[in-house]
Design a protein around this ligand. Sequence first.
Ligand code: NAG
Ligand code: NAG
Ligand code: NAG
Ligand code: NAG
Ligand code: NAG
Ligand code: NAG
Ligand code: NAG
Ligand code: NAG
Ligand code: NAG
Length: 353
Amino acid sequence: MWRTLKHFLLFAVLQFGGFALNLTLLVHAQDQSGFISIDCGLATNSSYTEKETGINYISDESFIETNESKPYWSLRVFPQGTRNCYKINVTRGTKYLIRASFLYGNYDDQYRLPEFQLHLGPNLWDSVKFESASTVANKELIHVPLLNYIHVCLVDTNKGVPFISAIELRTLPNTIYQAQEGSLALDSRYPDDIYDRFWYGYDRDEWTQLNTSSSINTNNTYQPPSVVLATAATPKNVDDSVNIFWLPSDNTAKYYVYMHFAEVEKLPGNESRQFNITRNGELYSGLFAPKYLSVSTIFSLSDWSRGQYITLSIIKAGNSTLPPILNAFETYMVKDFAEPETNQQDGNNYWSS
Ligand SMILES: *[C@@H]1O[C@H](CO)[C@@H](O)[C@H](O)[C@H]1NC(C)=O
Ligand SMILES: *[C@@H]1O[C@H](CO)[C@@H](O)[C@H](O)[C@H]1NC(C)=O
Ligand SMILES: *[C@@H]1O[C@H](CO)[C@@H](O)[C@H](O)[C@H]1NC(C)=O
Ligand SMILES: *[C@@H]1O[C@H](CO)[C@@H](O)[C@H](O)[C@H]1NC(C)=O
Ligand SMILES: *[C@@H]1O[C@H](CO)[C@@H](O)[C@H](O)[C@H]1NC(C)=O
Ligand SMILES: *[C@@H]1O[C@H](CO)[C@@H](O)[C@H](O)[C@H]1NC(C)=O
Ligand SMILES: *[C@@H]1O[C@H](CO)[C@@H](O)[C@H](O)[C@H]1NC(C)=O
Ligand SMILES: *[C@@H]1O[C@H](CO)[C@@H](O)[C@H](O)[C@H]1NC(C)=O
Ligand SMILES: *[C@@H]1O[C@H](CO)[C@@H](O)[C@H](O)[C@H]1NC(C)=O
């Protein structure tokens, strides 16, 4: 699971324990207002409903601003031009989860993984690299556009032809994931997750899993899905702490972490579960007891340390009879987009407006 840790922890939305999804239950429970789901390379005007999630995808044809592309097996390639953009209408001032997905799949029979850049307007969002031809690279951002549109751009860096498989936008409540500045980046679904965040299973050898078949009250700002909270990691050894750690990908990166807790066991009167949380050894959150079948989220109010390992430890309190638990957590890296979006038309030949 280290690969998962390294790859996803930095930007990711993670889930502990196994999946026990009952998708049918939720498919009709939520609507897709605020969702823009674009399947790049799909034939003009066509659309479809993806079976597992029930999400409606549409063709990217009306969003591309250049005609330098050609559709190919549900991805779109940009063999010409250094910079090619999608212009997508949004509601300015609204918080969006923006996800761009890339699956190479050796579509060109070249067996050469390309490498290129992804930009949001004038700002570098991330570099797109692949671990293999069959791995999906997901790039995600939480962003509040200042204009009524955004530009999602692919920039050729002479390391292969840029392409894109899908672009998805989901609106989030403005109260969720408050960063001090900039936009939040994550790497990780609907319909379990009303905001269509991606959650990944995560496990470590020294952990075991607690679970419940009851549903969990997830009614807080973050609304993590009940199925995600129904499982919790706990140390095999009662006195151990639950530790999660990662090395920041660059030493200027800033991270926000959200830990979600819910007690999944009905505790008898003589048992208690209480813990403290430390970050790199310093007390981060004092004595805490998760509520039975009800979510509590502990999050960082400001950014965290730079350039060194970040270790979070959930430590059993002295008088607690039970070991600590962690049901789910999310980490976000802060991206500083220095260029204002209003500059995004400067020096660009491809944008038509
Ligand atoms: C999923 O949930 C529905 C509605 O509660 C239920 O009828 C169905 O049996 C469940 N399916 C599984 C596989 O648990
Ligand atoms: C796509 O839809 C538009 C508007 O409905 C129509 O004008 C156009 O001819 C359609 N294109 C194709 C290729 O079907
Ligand atoms: C794009 O290019 C193709 C051929 O090069 C042409 O047939 C088509 O009309 C062009 N579409 C637009 C929107 O310019
Ligand atoms: C985006 O908004 C502009 C201006 O309001 C409008 O002209 C254009 O048709 C819209 N594009 C799409 C794809 O909805
Ligand atoms: C909880 O997990 C155990 C094994 O880890 C499994 O046997 C059991 O069926 C699970 N219970 C629920 C309610 O998911
Ligand atoms: C969720 O909580 C809010 C405020 O605490 C409350 O107004 C709302 O009715 C709750 N929703 C549900 C489904 O419990
Ligand atoms: C609580 O009570 C149960 C049953 O009476 C017992 O098995 C358990 O060891 C007790 N726990 C503690 C911490 O005393
Ligand atoms: C947990 O935090 C409390 C203060 O909130 C402190 O008194 C206690 O010593 C801490 N326990 C451990 C095990 O760190
Ligand atoms: C454990 O100790 C803390 C004070 O350190 C106290 O607030 C808490 O109620 C105690 N819990 C139990 C179960 O005794």
